[in-house]
Design a protein around this ligand. Structure first.
Ligand code: SAH
Length: 243
């Protein structure tokens, strides 16, 4: 990593201020530093994420996920599940900045869940656990209908993503989808999925990352009723015939 701990802290403060985000505690900054350091070290050993340049990691991974953490904080506490968390985004920065929230990260690739658990242990992020599972299968276990918040970034288009995520929510819980410029188009495409899965849009937050111009969105849906027994279907049905 090309930043020292001090440089990292200064850059993180400058970027989060430019983004209008509130100041992070030293403890949270320390955890975020270790997340970036591990990503840098381990990306060289295996392919964890397409973004590896330190300044880009800070903006596109850390600051982006802190925007999600700020929205999650407003939704209240409890248990959060991040579906398709990969190298821990947004789950690790959310857990690092909201220590009262219990965060579970799920990924279908075992080496990624091992990586996330090792990184959380090194960073002292105690409110975090990663599990190796496929969402559409795990949602049919005791994990189904048991989370207050479910998040996801860069996993699938919204109509597919909803069927993977909404079944994990308790009725009254919130689904937070992190989306890019195609958010409106994906929302329109996911109207029927939302109806069938019993959820409705309650908030759409638009933001931009500091020094970058592309629009980003947090789409927040509330689960209004229990997931019908037939969902989630198996993955080939979910992806070939989205709801
Ligand atoms: N959320 C991370 C990773 C995105 S890549 C980020 O934004 O950086 C998508 C990840 O989703 C991959 O790691 C892949 O293994 C995982 N994934 C895709 N489909 C999944 C499913 N059905 N269940 C669990 N994980 C899944």
């Amino acid at each position: 990593m090309t930043y020292t701990r001090e440089e990292f802290s200064a850059r993180l403060s400058a970027l989060s201020e430019a983004a209008g985000l509130k100041h992070l505690t030293d403890a949270a900054e320390e955890k975020l530093y270790i997340i970036c350091e591990q990503l840098d070290l381990r990306s060289k050993q295996f392919n964890l994420t397409a973004i590896t340049e330190p300044e880009e990691v800070l903006k596109k991974h850390i600051i982006d996920c802190i925007f999600a953490a700020a929205a999650v904080e407003e939704l209240g506490g409890g248990r959060l599940l991040d579906v398709g968390s990969g190298a821990g985004f947004p789950s690790l920065p959310i857990a690092a900045s909201l220590h009262d929230l219990s965060v579970t990260a799920m990924d279908a690739t075992a080496k990624k869940t091992v990586y996330m658990n090792e990184t959380a242990a090194l960073a002292g992020i105690e409110n975090f656990a990663a599990v190796n599972a496929r969402a559409e299968e795990a949602a049919r276990s005791e994990m189904g209908e048991s989370y207050d918040i479910v998040s996801a970034r860069a996993v699938a288009r919204l109509n597919v993503l909803m069927e993977l995520c909404v079944p994990f929510l308790k009725v009254g819980g919130y689904f937070v989808a992190m989306k890019g410029a195609a958010a409106d188009e994906e929302m329109a495409e996911a109207k029927s999925a939302a109806k069938k899965l019993g959820c409705s849009l309650v908030k759409k937050v638009q933001y931009t990352l500091p020094e970058l111009s592309d629009a980003r969105f947090l789409l927040i849906y509330r689960k209004d009723s229990k997931t019908p027994e037939q969902y989630p279907r198996n993955f080939s049905q979910i992806s070939k015939k989205p709801l």
